[in-house]
Design a binder for this molecule. Structure first.
Ligand code: FAD
Length: 305
């Protein structure tokens, strides 16, 4: 109930104005978002690097509706990658990109060109790009773009969502040498025809996919906060004899920081997904929706409307 309220709140511009104007919510946002500018993103990336954590930076964009907006997003990533290189944060820092933010819904070819420009900037900076997964209607197009980009930039990362029924097959196809694949549960609400609906079925699919990726030739990126799945990830890495540098764990900034530190101290590569940007409201609401309890002020504003 609270979860769906927060998901609905993520799309409300009236609530957005209310929450954004309250100083306390800026404090809450800082727990999950590096800040609104690239300067702040670089500062937090440095702090995480000092703690032995790699990052993947995400420039938060809620809705790209025009070509001009898509070009602005592309330019932001290109500039960010130059700054990461100049600050000595690459290769440990990479970027995560949503094709929708680059204009996929307006013009697919253009979004691909923008992604190509970002991959070229990443290559120049000595690092890589991961293409975030969005809702299932975009999976085919995103994977096609991925394969096209990999011809020139083979280290471009894919994201596969365990809740989709097709994902086991996608894991097999993408489990090739050096193929970087982030496995997550999947954040989008999907119909039963394409996605497992129960948490147990999603978890079981996650483990099947993990087995394929860990036993394959690629580079699995295990993206979850789920203690049981993390333990299975650690077990499979041992079982399939993968040493540090042959897989990694990924967690969101601000979520289970103690676990991030524990994994890093245990010799695993840990990458923190670090969002930044002015449009932090929708992202914050989705994080709160995952665990609404204890979010005091924002919960009060949302439930009183
Ligand atoms: P959940 O099912 O949310 O939680 C399982 C258990 O984990 C909980 O019962 C609890 O024990 C523990 N837990 C979870 N959250 C917390 C918390 N805040 N504090 C303490 N314990 C907690 N989704 C996409 O669709 N596309 C993407 O490109 C994408 N990229 C991602 C990248 C990263 C690095 C990560 C971590 C997630 C990404 N996701 C993406 C989101 C993902 O699909 C899930 O929606 C999200 O991670 C929640 O699932 P979970 O595996 O963490 O477990």
């Amino acid at each position: 109930m609270l979860r769906s309220l927060f998901i609905a709140a993520a799309g409300s511009s009236r609530l957005e104005r209310l929450v954004e104007s309250a100083p306390v919510s800026k404090g809450l946002a800082r727990r999950f978002v590096a800040g609104s500018s690239a300067d702040e993103a670089l500062r937090v990336s440095r702090e995480l690097a000092d703690d032995g954590l790699a990052v993947t930076l995400d420039h938060l964009v809620e809705d790209t509706r025009t070509i001009e907006q898509a070009v602005t997003v592309r330019d932001e990533y290109v500039s960010l990658l130059g700054r990461l290189r100049d600050s000595g944060l690459t290769p440990a820092a990479e970027v995560s990109v949503k094709l929708s933010a680059l204009g996929q819904r307006i013009d697919e070819k253009l979004a691909r060109e923008h992604a190509h420009a970002i991959c070229a900037a990443a290559a120049e900076a000595g690092t890589s790009v991961t293409l975030d997964a969005e809702d299932h209607t975009t999976t085919d197009a995103t994977l096609e773009t991925l394969l096209a980009l990999r011809e020139e930039f083979p280290n471009t990362g894919a994201v596969l969502q365990a809740h989709l029924r097709r994902t086991e097959g996608d894991c097999r196809e993408l489990s090739t040498a050096k193929s970087r694949v982030r496995l997550c549960k999947g954040a989008y609400s999907e119909p039963e025809s394409v996605a497992f609906q129960s948490a147990l079925d999603v978890d079981k699919s996650f483990v099947r996919c993990l087995n394929i990726l860990m036993s394959g030739e690629g580079y699995p990126m295990v993206a979850t906060h789920d203690p049981r799945l993390i333990a299975i990830g650690e077990d499979r890495a041992r079982w399939f004899d993968r040493s540090t540098g042959e897989y990694e764990f990924q967690l969101l900034y601000g979520v289970r920081p103690d676990e991030q530190a524990r994994l890093a101290a245990g010799g695993h590569t840990v990458r923190v997904y670090l969002p930044y940007g002015e449009q932090w409201y929708g992202y914050l609401m989705r994080r709160i929706a995952e665990r609404p309890a204890g979010m005091g002020f924002v919960a009060k504003v949302v439930t009183s409307r």
